[in-house]
Design a protein around this ligand. Structure first.
Ligand code: DC
Length: 247
């Protein structure tokens, strides 16, 4: 079974995807993390962020995995190292959005997602998971919320990440990312999110969109637990229908 969750930054899709995957016993694949990781690696290697061919090579040289057999946890691992915290900054999100306009970079991310989905039982989140990567997914969701709500959430998320991020501060500094963007402030985060919304939804290749056959959930006024409960209910009701109809 393949479940896709698309939506803009701060819509709650990462938390919802993680919880839904846990609930269903599936792998969770955060495709935004792939773009973030390629961007961070490019910065580390001094590769210009507008050099499409070089960015593709950066991505192809990275050995990605999305599940740690030892801890039995989903995440983003590059050459076996957990990159989850390294790619958390607002800067990493902005860089990801910039390089995500390139077809050759998107091809790298698409291959990784489709390979990971080969065995099924996966929840994939992103911008084009249901529209381009897995158009035949079994269940598609699209999460959205107002820009203000999303900026507030993102700020809280960054604030709570600060302490655990401290050990990798030096690495973040060394690649020229603004460490303050780990802390952020409401106005600049709101501005960044609005900018990213515009770039991600107006690019010509695989723009952020709500797939026609996705269930759209506005998460502005409901809790994460409620969002996940809705999703679980949808998945379970269809499973029940299948059993009843003998599929
Ligand atoms: O989900 P996120 O905010 O971590 O994603 C960071 C950026 O990566 C986002 O602004 C656009 C890009 N992205 C994309 O183009 N396609 C995806 N499937 C996921 C992310």
């Amino acid at each position: 079974m393949i479940v896709t969750i698309d939506g803009p930054a701060g819509s709650g899709k990462s938390s919802a995807a993680r919880m839904l995957a846990e609930e269903l016993g599936f792998i969770h694949l955060n495709s935004g993390a792939i773009f973030r990781a390629i961007g961070v690696a490019a910065q580390e290697q001094g590769v210009p962020l507008d050099d499409e061919a070089a960015l593709e090579q950066v991505g192809r040289r990275m050995k990605f995995s999305f599940y740690d057999q030892n801890t039995k946890m989903s995440g983003i691992f590059v050459d076996g190292v957990d990159w989850g915290q390294l790619i958390l900054t607002e800067d990493a999100g902005k860089v990801a959005s910039r390089i995500a306009v390139f077809q050759r970079v998107r091809d790298v991310a698409a291959e990784l997602q489709r390979n990971a989905g080969q065995n099924g039982n996966i929840v994939v989140e992103g911008r084009d998971a249901g529209s381009v990567i897995f158009p035949d997914a079994d269940f598609k969701f699209y999460l959205d919320a107002s820009v203000d709500v999303r900026a507030r959430r993102r700020l809280r998320q960054l604030e709570s990440a600060t302490v655990t991020l401290e050990p990798i501060r030096q690495k973040v500094d060394s690649i020229g990312q603004d460490f303050d963007s780990v802390h952020g402030d409401f106005d600049s985060i709101r501005r960044d999110i609005a900018e990213r919304d515009l770039r991600d939804s107006t690019r010509t290749i695989a723009p952020q969109t709500c797939p026609k056959d996705a269930l759209r959930i506005d998460t502005s006024d409901i809790s994460l637990a409620e969002v996940v409960a809705k999703m679980v209910a949808v998945v379970e009701s269809f499973e029940l229908n299948d059993v009843q109809s003998g599929v």
